[in-house]
Design a protein around this ligand. Structure first.
Ligand code: FRU
Length: 715
């Protein structure tokens, strides 16, 4: 391989440099691979298919860094297939060939070659030869100024069949202007003066690997879409513990003209005061992270007078990655204060989902001064993937990872999401854990422990995937008739009995929520004893495009178990605390709703809590338009449709009860006393403040229709 020059400048090595001056001719885009076929290029073998790929192929990690929609991607059919893609002949008329390349890093096997007189005169490969790695294409270039006037071809070769046995190429240009090169291992030194180091981010920029060392020790390592210039937002990294110390920030590679390292700054606030929680698509009723990505709720607990919500968090990016446990606290299940990362990735891996318990009797011995510790259980998702614990003795401000982690070794790769509960009858701890069997069955393992540190496998059950939860609920509120519920990420569940070791189902697997994007919910441990509620929070997959944060949590949901003609069923309802957000009320008078007549109101607020009881009576359909989002009830089918999603909702005494929470990126709809829960991600048009209700095919009756304006949960 010949780069124009390989220079070493301090710790930085330049991948390619060169200079041009004056008289530059216009750039020629030789191939952008945007068409449905390869045009004049010839293919052989099968790896390249009959035309460019539209991004990521089946089974591939997400491919990024290409331009437009199409690229050459020889992962077609996986790494196995081989082949070659050869360009038509051309005359070299510019000094440089610039291109984007990714995939395997094997010389002569996963590469792009420049051929003159049938001989390879330049070549390049992708970056990857090891497991993991990245499917990101990076800019590369050849200096061909010594070949001007020659006739040449380009060939893209996939001659490798194992791991990273594919190559990705896009945007081949001929240019007189030297393409900007990448510089490896750039670093910057600073002294920690403020609480946060702020990294410039541009969502969609190339991912870089950053290492932060403090006094020569690597303390943090993560991937981040660094903004080379013009940061879209700033990702805060807490350096408060290292004030006065020397920080070195090292980036694996950066465009040579990148301003990212120079732009790094320090600040006392994670987000400038006055900016936080005011963004256009910031949910106002639902918890979302101040910056970065959120997925599963973790470690839900009530401890020393506060509710604790932890969550799967990527503090440095809009999309999933770098799993940390973010942490927020609150006193009322409504207002939350994010207080920073509770768990950082470590040598055992990223911090995947898990749960929390208060160790009231100090069975673990982690307690201090007679106070029970808060103990977190999490998956360290390295290789192997293991279950670990961490504990806090300062009210949940800081956590110490147990010195003898892991507490549960890997059963099979990918086992994860420990949910730990106290089982009073057997006076032992129980862990439910998702485990995939060697023959790919989805299992839940039940483990027991007397001290939270030593765990014994007690039993297994089949049929649930990821994020299991196990809890007891009184049937119809009758404390003498309790049942156990086993559920997992999809929110499907079974009702049955649990003897401390084995779950025995009494129902088939039942559907959970009826909407979209509600996932990986978990229930709180240790809700104040007098309270007895079972409260669940789920991840709402409600995107906030263009924002410096993404996704939110459901409102806290009260779960109950009720008897129905079909057997015991769960109900979901918003916790009563949310009613404190109600600021104003618009009431529709009860009465007939004639067909063709639409009752309308201009809303006082974008945030709504709607409570309705509707009797379809003679109407075939009753339709609500909530700020442009359609809800319809089909009386014949006894079916509710929310934003196109259908949910069976049988009438009770001829009536439908509805509760609708309306936020900026999501609605939550509850019907039928909570038997029907329809979470619905939807970006509600900001300026639409209309509400209407109408009947079709006959008269309906409104028994109750109240619209409550709500205030924001962010103070
Ligand atoms: C569910 C899940 C968990 C895992 C976590 C990683 O959404 O895949 O199984 O622990 O997300 O972020």
């Amino acid at each position: 391989m010949k780069w124009f020059c390989v220079a070493s400048v301090l710790a930085a090595s330049l991948l390619h440099v060169g200079r041009t001056t004056g008289d530059d001719k216009a750039e020629i885009v030789f191939a952008d691979f945007e068409g449905s076929d390869y045009g004049m290029w010839q293919t052989s073998g099968t790896a390249f298919g009959s035309g460019p790929a539209k991004g990521t192929l089946a089974g591939q990690m997400p491919v990024s860094g290409f331009l437009g929609q199409g690229l050459v991607n020889s992962f077609l059919g996986g790494d196995g297939p081989t082949g070659k893609l050869t360009s038509p002949e051309f005359t070299i008329e510019r000094k440089f060939v610039g291109f984007l390349i990714g995939g395997g890093g094997y010389e002569k096997q996963t590469c792009m070659n420049l051929l003159v007189d049938g001989k390879v005169v330049r070549d390049a490969t992708g970056p990857n030869t090891q497991g993991g790695g990245s499917e990101q294409l990076e800019p590369a270039a050849w200096d061909v100024s010594d070949l001007l006037g020659k006739t040449a071809r380009i060939e893209i070769v996939d001659d490798a069949t194992g791991g990273w046995g594919h190559v990705n190429v896009d945007q081949i240009v001929f240019t007189d202007r030297r393409p900007v090169g990448l510089v490896k291992r750039q670093s910057r030194e600073l002294v920690a003066e403020k609480r946060f180091l702020l990294f410039p981010v541009r969502t969609g920029a190339a991912k870089r690997n950053v290492k932060l060392s403090v006094d020569g020790r690597a303390e943090r390592q993560f991937e981040i879409e660094l903004a080379d210039r013009d940061a879209e937002w700033w990702a805060p990294l807490d350096v408060g513990a290292w004030k006065g110390k020397k920080l070195v920030v090292e980036v694996d590679k950066l465009a040579e003209d990148s301003q990212a390292l120079a732009a790094l700054k320090q600040g006392d606030d994670a987000v400038p005061p006055g900016e936080a929680y005011r963004e256009a698509l910031r949910p106002q009723l639902h918890f979302s992270p101040r910056r970065g990505w959120l997925n599963d709720p973790n470690g839900l607990a009530f401890y020393q007078g506060q509710y604790h919500v932890f969550f799967q968090h990527n503090p440095y990016g809009w999309a999933w990655g770098n799993m940390h446990w973010g942490h927020a606290v609150g006193r009322d299940l409504v207002h939350w204060r994010e207080i920073g990362e509770a768990l950082y990735p470590d040598s055992l891996g990223p911090m995947f989902s898990g749960s929390a318990v208060v160790d009231w009797n100090n069975t673990s011995g982690f307690g201090r001064d007679g106070k029970p510790p808060l103990v977190l259980f999490y998956t360290a998702a390295g290789n192997p993937t293991v279950q670990c614990l961490a504990y806090s003795n300062d009210g949940g401000k800081t956590f110490t990872k147990y010195a003898h982690n892991p507490v549960v070794e890997q059963f099979t790769p990918g086992n994860r999401d420990p949910k730990v509960i106290w089982h009073e009858p057997s006076r032992r701890w129980v862990m439910v854990l998702y485990v995939e069997s060697p023959d790919k069955k989805h299992l839940i393992d039940f483990l027991t422990s007397s001290d939270l540190k030593q765990w014994t496998l007690a039993s297994q059950t089949e049929g649930f995937f990821e994020c299991p939860d196990l809890f007891e609920l009184p049937l119809d509120g009758n404390a003498g008739r309790k049942k156990w519920v086993l559920t997992a990420a999809s929110s499907e569940y079974q009702v049955g009995t649990f003897d401390g070791e084995r779950f025995t189902p009494e129902t088939p697997k039942l559907p959970g929520h009826r909407g979209r994007g509600f996932y990986a919910a978990q229930t709180f441990s240790d809700i104040p004893a007098a309270d007895g509620r079972r409260i669940q929070v789920g991840w709402l997959q409600a995107p906030s495009p263009g924002m410096p944060f993404n996704q939110c949590l459901s409102v806290p949901l009260k779960l109950d178990l009720v008897t129905t003609p079909d057997g015991p069923r769960l109900t979901w309802s918003p916790v009563k605390e949310l009613e404190q957000l109600r600021t104003g009320r618009q009431v529709f008078p009860a009465g007939a709703l004639e067909p063709g007549q639409s009752k309308k109101v201009a809303l006082q607020s974008e945030l709504l809590d709607i409570a309705a009881v509707i009797e379809p009576a003679k109407a075939a359909e009753v339709v609500l338009d909530v700020r442009g989002v359609a809800l319809a009830y089909d009386a014949a089918k006894q079916e509710l449709t929310v934003n196109g999603q259908r949910a069976p909702a049988p009438l009770v005494d001829g009536k439908l009860d509805l509760r609708i929470l309306v936020d900026r990126t999501v609605l939550e709809v509850f019907a039928n006393g909570g038997l029907v829960y329809v979470p619905m991600p939807a970006i509600v048009p900001a300026d639409n403040r209309n509400f209407s209700v109408s009947a079709k095919g006959g008269a309906a009756r409104l028994e109750k229709l109240e619209l409550h304006a709500l205030s924001s949960i962010w103070e």
